[in-house]
Design a protein around this ligand. Sequence first.
Ligand SMILES: Cc1cc2nc3c(=O)[nH]c(=O)nc-3n(C[C@H](O)[C@H](O)[C@H](O)COP(=O)(O)OP(=O)(O)OC[C@H]3O[C@@H](n4cnc5c(N)ncnc54)[C@H](O)[C@@H]3O)c2cc1C
Length: 502
Amino acid sequence: MSAAPAFDVIVIGSGIGGLVTATQLVAKGAKVLVLERYVIPGGSAGYFERAGYRFDVGASMIFGFGTQGTTNLLTRALDAVDVSLETIPDFVQIHYHLPNGLELKVHQDYKKFLQQLQLHFPHERQGIRQFYDECWKVFNCLNQMELLSLEEPRYLARVFFQHPLACLGLVKYLPQNAGDVARRYISDPQLLQFIDMECYCWSVVPADLTPMINAGMVFSDRHYGGINYPKGGVGQIAQKLVEGLEKAGGQIQYQARVTKILTESGRAVGVKLANGKVYRAKRIVSNSTRWDTFEKLLPADEMPVSEKQWQQRYQKSPSFLSLHLGVAAEVLPKGTECHHILLENWDKMADPEGTIFVSIPTLLDPELAPVGYDIIHAFTPSWVEDWQGFSPNEYEQKKETAAGRIIERLEKIFPGLDAGLDYMEIGTPKTHRRFLGREDGTYGPIPRRKLLGLLGMPFNRTAIPGLYCVGDGTFPGQGLNAVAFSGFACAHRVAVDLGLKS
Ligand SMILES: Cc1cc2nc3c(=O)[nH]c(=O)nc-3n(C[C@H](O)[C@H](O)[C@H](O)COP(=O)(O)OP(=O)(O)OC[C@H]3O[C@@H](n4cnc5c(N)ncnc54)[C@H](O)[C@@H]3O)c2cc1C
């Protein structure tokens, strides 16, 4: 007979999805072990330090730090384990630099944002308001209910009795995509392209493939809870969650790469690490991507039918080519915003190296760089296949050439950038794969074709009893606040299954 498991729950990976699951579960009294392959927590919300700069690995436009409502999930996750973070409000979500001279800032003030957009498209005044107001309807429904597991019937019944109208509202939007709703009100092709970009910049697909539930969240919360940057860098979120986890009695191990999920009679019962160690638990949660979980940690040839079906609906999005730059502060004109999006040709929006995303977090927290310098993180979609099969020299050369192309384009919004460079680190999809442990360095799952909104996205339980998934491969998808939602839901479902207070 096997020994009794030492833990209630093992969480594979300490991305924000994994850490929210773990902290929620320790707060409910579970004995939790988090196993992280890298040397620090956070995954795509991690950081690294070079030459006096503290760079965010990925995320830097952070939702979920609001103080009201129920969608402020990062604030709530930290609260649950008695920790908190100072954040700095960012009053402009994005400064868009788009084709045909379309320059536009998304202000936190909703009216100001609408007025600006209406000024560019006066003939679509009414349609603009109707579309974004409809997004608010989705958000207002979500923002009144506690966001937990949609796989838990008693919770669903409770929420329905407490908020029947909000629930019916959400059910209506669940199968819809943002593009269909936009076209109901808007017909100007360039404005529809702008809505595509509004979706693409976080969902990496155009509006037709972006679920209305996610669009409703993002297009409204930026004006409600707002965008807030953690003081000390995005890495602080994971650091604080770990602090709370440990204070509440949970454990985390670094450089602990899980190579196998162990099953007995088809049930997940433990994990094996690269160093040969085995840990057992009553429940296993994987924060690794769905592809890594079902093709590497479990035998690919035994993949459950439901996963095969999911792979037929969703594919890996591209990864990114990332430039982490240290630049002389003079390069940035006074009044420069923190986040920018640059695209010169609408036809290239979703192409590799089409759209360039820019974050300048030092405009909010100057302490991330040496005095007199700023950080620019510029990234653009890129496929891993385009970086394979080169000698080390050729690879370095290719990186330099690609970085040169990006800097040349950025010179249009930041003249003198090249001359003002103090430091440059170039990350390719291979870098993302290596350091984030994500298959092909992918940003996450995207629909292969138009689906019914969010209906195709799996929740946390899997076809393997005892095994759950959390993070961007589960409802509701990518982004820190979204994976935090998935963490709340996962912990809730696991707690109910373990008979803990939920
Ligand atoms: C360049 C870039 C920019 C982004 N910008 C934003 C933004 O501005 N705003 C925003 O909200 N979101 C942004 N995102 C998306 C956001 O960062 C992710 O959606 C989110 O962080 C994913 O969290 P996760 O918990 O699902 O997984 P991950 O962050 O991938 O974490 C998974 C963790 O599991 C660990 N792990 C994996 N396999 C194993 C194993 N076998 N054993 C042990 N540990 C393992 C990994 O090391 C990692 O720490 C960005 C992402 C990128 C890449």
